[in-house]
Design a binder for this molecule. Structure first.
Ligand code: FE
Ligand code: CA
Length: 532
């Protein structure tokens, strides 16, 4: 019997009766803003089916998160008023050495999600946390704070992962992430959910490994249920329980290949798309262990932010969707059109780019890490029919070369230390070097590691003709792999070591973890050295 079950059985009869009366009295009204705290209802099942999570570690604290629910795929099954939870953070798993405790309201306006920005913790320390609703305790999560300002930890160890299509594969790779020892954090670059409709047979070009009953997501409630569907997966929950996450979003948290105010779908007006974004960002915020600074304001959200890992790493989490120019040349993979040469093109937008350039210019840490979504290095994929014309994916930095050159020239001119760009989005793993101008021979100014998907695109293969052609046409690209998995990064002040970890299949459970490649970068030399 796990601790949650035991706590449920411990509920006293008196508590059950009190809750039942309160529930009946409250069910009739739904105020616009829940001021009053309702007595905790009687739980018919575990009120924490979505588990717990933590995120955005700072030296003195971390965000802890949960969401109360009695019916996560339905209407939530809770009274329409605020409910008060207790939270505890402790140095030990048995909660005998408490480091913090308090109460927090789960409000219907935020789908009974709660977040606590815990402060007063020690830097570079491991903690355990839980929530208590009525007499019922949540699962216990493990988390970790960032190192103190101006200190240099001996090492950092973290994962880059994302793209977890529910129907296209099992989340076995998340179970392996959960088992990674001593991770400082997981960077989730996005595609945490996919917004498409259920299809029991096929999911896009792939067999549906599992399915659900929902149509395409277009409302706040539907987004909420989609997050619940994903977070009911025990492997994903295990990863949240084991490590703090730094989360960002990519396109599928909203809609495929959206760009700023523009939907990629034909016939969606800017006004309708703003409503969709508002719903999408609210559901994302509710479901993620984010700080209140990331609370959306309608269709607007500031998800880009900096996290410092002492003087070892300066991490900049980027938003490459929300402020970019619309994909040129009508999106997709094709030869460049005239729009691509726009010297004022933006991936980050002026405000985020200015923020990032300032942050990079001031960076004094050993490693400058950009945690982002879409491939930054050039990737000319050529054409399958054998003609020699270069072709690029118009959803990536390749479609906005002026923006890439601006950023990488800034890195060179401001002598930004040891740039490492972490990416995802294309459901395959890649490694290569970053150059301000790929047309002229010039020194690399950084490296890029593109994480493959956790489950999107099914089992995958090691390599096939298209990526082999890309390897042949782009000498700065050193590695490709087409399996599912994630990237494990370990860095100290001398070197960064990156492992591309894979699962050979996601179409059935129990896949083992296998390493597909190991690369090393030495501080001061933006070159990839293959170790294995
Ligand atoms: Fe994806
Ligand atoms: Ca994507």
């Amino acid at each position: 019997m796990d601790s949650v079950t035991r706590h449920i059985l411990d509920l006293s009869r008196r508590g059950l009766l009190r809750g039942a009366t309160a529930m009946a009295a409250l069910a009739a009204t739904r105020p616009a803003f829940a001021q009053r705290v309702a007595p905790m209802p009687v739980f018919q099942s575990d009120p924490f089916p979505l588990g717990v999570a933590s995120g955005d570690p700072w030296p003195d604290g971390v965000v802890i998160w949960t969401r109360l629910s009695q019916d996560p795929l339905g209407d939530g099954g809770l009274p329409p008023e605020a409910l008060e939870l207790r939270w505890e953070v402790a140095e030990d798993e048995g909660f005998t050495r408490l480091a913090g405790r308090g109460t927090v309201l789960a409000r219907p306006e935020l789908n009974y999600s709660v977040r606590v920005e815990v402060t007063g913790l020690r830097p570079a320390a491991t903690y355990h946390y839980r929530f208590i609703a009525g007499g019922v305790a949540s699962p216990v999560g493990r988390t970790r704070t960032a190192p103190a300002v101006n200190t240099r930890p001996a090492q950092m160890r973290f994962v880059n992962a994302g793209c977890q299509h529910y129907e296209q594969g099992l989340f076995t790779a998340w179970r392996h992430v959960a088992a990674e020892p001593d991770l400082d954090f997981v960077f989730h670059y996005g595609d945490y959910i996919y917004e498409g409709p259920a299809n029991r047979e096929r999911s896009g070009n792939f067999p549906a490994i599992r399915s659900h009953n929902s149509p395409a997501v277009e409302t706040l409630d539907a987004y909420r249920r989609r997050y619940a569907l994903y977070q009911l997966d025990a492997d994903l929950r295990a990863a949240h329980h084991a490590h703090p996450f730094l989360v960002s979003f990519d396109d599928h948290e909203v809609d495929n290949n959206w760009a700023a105010a523009v939907s990629a779908r034909v016939g969606v007006s800017p006004a309708d798309f703003a409503l969709l974004k508002a719903a999408a960002f609210q559901a994302w915020y509710e479901a993620m262990p984010l700080r209140r600074a990331q609370m959306p304001n309608g269709p607007d959200i500031i998800a880009y932010r900096g996290i410092d890992w002492g003087t070892l790493a300066s991490i900049s989490v980027l938003d490459t969707r929300g402020f970019r120019d619309d994909q040129p040349c009508g999106d997709r993979v094709k030869p460049v059109c005239e729009e691509v040469s726009n010297p004022a093109a933006h991936v980050l937008g002026p405000a985020q780019e200015g923020w990032l350039f300032g942050r990079l210019a001031q960076a004094e840490a050993v490693w400058s890490i950009l945690a982002q979504q879409v491939m930054m290095m050039r990737r000319d994929v050529g054409g399958a029919d054998g003609d020699d014309q270069p072709r690029y994916d118009m959803d990536k930095w390749d479609a906005y070369p002026a923006a890439r050159t601006r950023l990488l020239n800034h890195v060179r001119q401001a002598r930004v230390p040891n740039l490492a760009v972490l990416t995802g989005d294309i459901h395959t793993a890649w490694a290569g070097t970053l150059r301000p101008d790929y047309d002229r021979e010039g020194p690399a100014v950084g490296v890029e590691f593109v994480s493959t998907s956790m489950s999107s695109a099914g089992d995958g293969r090691e390599i096939w003709a298209g990526p082999q052609r890309a390897l042949d046409r782009n000498p700065h690209i050193a590695f490709f792999n087409g399996r599912r998995g994630y990237t494990l990064i370990e860095a100290d002040e001398r070197r960064m070591e990156t492992r591309f970890r894979a699962v050979p299949y996601v179409s059935r459970p129990g896949a083992p973890l296998v390493d597909r490649a190991r690369f090393m970068v030495e501080a001061g030399r933006p070159e990839l050295i293959r170790l294995g």
